[in-house]
Design a protein around this ligand. Sequence first.
Ligand code: XIL
Length: 337
Amino acid sequence: EGSLREAAARCGNARKKKVHVGAAIMPDYLNQHYDPYSAVLNREFNSVVIEHHMKWKPLLVGGDEGVYDFRPCDKIVDWAIDKGMEVKGHTLCWHVTTPDFAEDMSASRLREALYRHIRTTMGHFYGRVSSWDVVNEALCQDCSGRMEDNVFLRKLGPGYVDDCFRVAHQIDPNAKLIYNDNKGEGAGLPGGRSRKADAMYDMLKGMKERGVPVHGAGLQGHFTAAGTGMRRTPTPHSVQRQVRRLGELGLSVNISEMDVRVAGLPDGVDGETAQAAIYGDILEACLTEEAFDGLTLWGFTDLHSWVHNFYEPDSPLPWDQEFQPKRPVVGAMREAL
Ligand code: XIL
């Protein structure tokens, strides 16, 4: 049967381009159940992202702008590197985890604080973290195509996105710099369901035309098997189209935070079957595109998923609460690779 990591290695060899299969992890979970948690991670994945602790606010001690505590992240980064895994940095600029002091700063002071944060964080992980979600979710959540009305837009103007990438590129010219967002995974869908995908494409096209050093696009992939309307999971073909056109801009594309909620499925529809189809078919569709370079799960075990806190109890991930693989789901992903 083999692991996803072995399948990804074979797939990467066949494509002559490394394919990452990753999971988002938390320091506490690694501490709590080191054995089963680290065993699955080390066996199944060749890449990790730190789910929360590498963001701006969680890195600061006592909210003080200049006092960073990198220890929780260093523990995971060094553990992952010791296991031969890559680490993707998430995320340097995201309004949701920006320190509270940002709202009280003048524009010039905020610009200085933001750049200093990018320099400090990328500098600290220099040589250990080779790809970064530089800006996360700068586009409006209502899929209007407008930019999110956050403190950066209000004080620094729309150019803050370009500026973050230019600063990041100065610090590490070899890093892969990624723009990450959600609800923009499917192109060409009816009923306005691709508005955000179009907005993401248009924004990245503009950045490339301005010579902004952006190298990748992250499609978060938080899907809902029972979703309807705008929340319907995009078809594999529509995701393939989005990967293709982003690739035509010269970008590499990854699925960055995949989970598939199954709460609310109609009676008689089996959750694992629905998940297997979505995880497997979307991964298969993405892998047909040369620009696609991998998939990261947002967590990997149902025991720990942000979905429980941010939505409702669910079982969105390919491993169950006992760290056992959901065979149809993991099998479908392995077959796709
Ligand atoms: C979430 C984490 O999973 C939570 O633990 C944390 O409390 C909030 O952030 N999109 C993103 C991720 O880009 O950073 C978010 O992660 C989920 C939504």
